[in-house]
Write a protein that binds this ligand. Structure first.
Ligand SMILES: [Zn+2]
Length: 79
């Protein structure tokens, strides 16, 4: 697996492209290459990479993110 494509928040999902604005079905992060490069800046995600990581870890992301995760969980690679 290409480490470059690994989700920068959870590290448990691999995107297909480096910067495709796809949603990570594990943590709800949108694959924004700019934000990955600048973790303290806003972009496609309405919180910084640092904030998202923190909120994901603590389970304090906004409700709509958990809804998106729920809607996308069928996209998780099967074991
Ligand atoms: Zn993720």
């Amino acid at each position: 697996m290409d480490e470059e494509l690994k989700c920068p928040v959870c590290g448990q999902f691999y995107f297909e492209e480096r910067d495709d604005y796809d949603l990570c079905p594990v943590c709800g992060w949108f694959n924004d290459g700019f934000q990955k490069e600048y973790p303290d800046k806003l972009g496609c995600n309405h919180r910084t990479l640092i904030e998202h990581r923190e909120q994901w870890k603590n389970g304090t992301l906004p409700d709509y993110i958990y809804d998106l995760i729920e809607q996308n969980k069928n996209r998780l690679p099967s074991e």
